[in-house]
Ligand binder design. Structure first.
Ligand SMILES: Cc1ncc(COP(=O)(O)O)c(C=O)c1O
Length: 477
């Protein structure tokens, strides 16, 4: 059977005004989609979507790629839909809708600050995503700052500091949390005079391992350094407080936090940010412009030039608000048990290696990376999708030094096309069936290889015979 999905009826029919608006009627989202046992308000857009299989037929999509981008919460989408009914310029218009949007945009900072446990005087700057947040922070560092960063970081946290006037100390991958703490201590103790910043992830986007942020922040503080936390992966899975951890800055992305509307945030201490020239030059950041001189606004406008992304800001704030109100320990426990089943199931399969930096010494979030001996990770990932309806990610996950190290340590070939790995990541939409399906599929592929033949098309493995058709989503398709 050829799997062709129908064009959704809203393309030709409904206007925004005809669609339901939860906020006009009730403070809770409509009860369709996945209703999470620990968080009834956290249902997911697109839960139970059907996807086509290469041999014909459809199956419920097993999204095990939350670590890349998570689907929207329904309450996030409904809030943005309600906002769009009144969408207008922010900070720039005298009309009522501009007033509504400006108030929503500015009001979005507080739920984000609360979600990360920020101090009252921490500034919340809207960015595009974590990458943008770290580039903004890098732009604002005082000259002669020493930045200490492990080679295990995501490229977004590893690379933005490489710029004139900044001294970057890149530390080798530690093999234990204690080694990480002592490497940071040594690097900060022996640094040249001047300000210092430790950049560290809360949880690895490759192994899912939770880093010893509290201990690292304590040692950094004792050496007079600040700390920037990469919470891109930690924030969707675990509650935390930067004030309580002793961290100075935190960066996160809306699209990993069930709010995929193009926004992220940098939250933290104002002084370095306030002293720096604007990150972007343009309208919104300027206080006065004459022929001879331009003066800049104070924070937060100083670093938010251009028309703000109000749907993105409101989406991120809404996700932060509802997640902060949810029973997060129960959510974490249920994700943990799915992850344990997944890890244990994969480990039992002959030829499968689940990779780890700290060798089981630390807790993990619902992210793990594995390889199958002798098999191309790209082909395995393609087969998981085409033959089993499972979404995972393959490659080096924008953390090439770490993936090279893990695969090298496990004896995998890191130089040819098989030197990549497969990452599975669970989230609010994950069910036991999804996890079981992945374990069963990997078991079958590890024993017999994929059932179909794959060819390289545009550098990606694709079933040699593939009758799947992409769905109609946009009116221009
Ligand atoms: C740990 C970590 N840091 C930073 C990033 C970069 O996030 P973004 O692509 O949203 O900027 C990611 C994305 O995968 C990540 O996992």
């Amino acid at each position: 059977m050829t799997a062709v999905l129908d064009r959704p009826d809203w393309i030709s029919a409904t206007s925004a005004a005809e669609r339901p608006r939860w906020c006009a009627e009730s403070p809770v989202a409509p009860a369709h989609g996945v209703v999470h046992p620990h968080a009834p308000g956290l249902d997911i857009v697109g839960a139970h979507s059907q996807v086509p299989l290469a041999g014909g037929g459809q199956v419920e999509y097993a999204n095990l790629d939350h670590g890349a981008s998570a689907p929207a919460l329904r309450i996030v989408r409904d809030t943005v839909d309600a906002l769009l009914e009144r969408y207008a310029s922010v900070h720039r218009g005298a009309g009522w809708h501009s007033k509504v949007c400006t108030s929503l945009y500015e009001g979005s900072r507080a739920p984000i600050r609360d979600f990360v446990g920020g101090r009252a005087d921490d500034v919340v700057l809207f960015t595009k995503h974590t990458t943008d947040s770290f580039n903004l922070l890098a732009h604002c560092l005082p000259t002669r700052t020493t930045v200490v960063v492990f080679e295990t970081e995501h490229h977004a946290a590893l690379l933005p500091w490489n710029r004139p006037g900044i001294n970057v100390v890149r530390l080798a991958a530690p093999s234990s949390p204690a080694e990480a703490v002592s490497a940071v201590d040594d690097a900060l103790r022996t640094r040249p005079a001047g300000p210092a910043l430790l950049v560290v992830t809360g949880a690895s986007n490759v192994t899912g391992e939770i880093w010893p942020v509290r201990a690292l922040a304590a040692v950094a503080r004792s050496r007079g350094a600040r700390v920037a936390l990469d919470a891109a992966q930690l924030a969707p899975h675990r509650p935390f407080s930067i004030a309580e951890l002793g961290v100075d800055y935190v960066a996160l992305s809306g699209h990993k936090l069930y709010a995929p509307y193009g926004s992220g945030a940098l939250v933290g201490r104002a002084d370095w940010l306030a002293a720096a020239d604007p990150y972007l030059i343009g309208g919104g950041a300027t206080a006065s412009v004459t022929d001879d001189e331009t003066t800049w606004k104070p924070l937060p406008d100083r670093h938010e030039a251009g028309s703000p992304n109000v749907p993105g800001a409101v989406a991120l704030a809404t996700a932060c608000h509802v997640l902060a109100k949810a029973d997060r320990p129960s959510l974490a426990a249920s994700e943990q048990s799915l992850t344990d089943v997944l890890r244990d199931g994969l480990r039992e399969i002959p030829g499968v290696t689940v990779h780890s930096l700290f060798g089981g010494q630390v807790e993990t979030i619902g992210v793990l990376t594995f390889t199958i001996a002798g098999q191309s990770s790209a082909v395995v990932a393609a087969a998981l999708s085409a033959e089993h309806g499972i979404g995972v990610r393959d490659g080096a996950f924008c953390a090439q030094p770490l993936v090279r190290k893990l695969l090298g340590a496990a004896g995998c070939n890191v130089e040819d096309g098989t030197g990549h790995a497969i990452r599975a990541s669970v989230g609010l939409g994950t069910t036991t069936e999804h996890v079981d399906r992945l374990v069963g599929a990997v078991e079958s592929i590890a024993a017999q290889g994929p059932r179909r033949r794959y060819l390289s098309v545009d550098g990606r493995p694709t079933p040699a015979v593939d009758d799947r058709r992409l769905p109609f989503i946009a009116p221009w398709q």
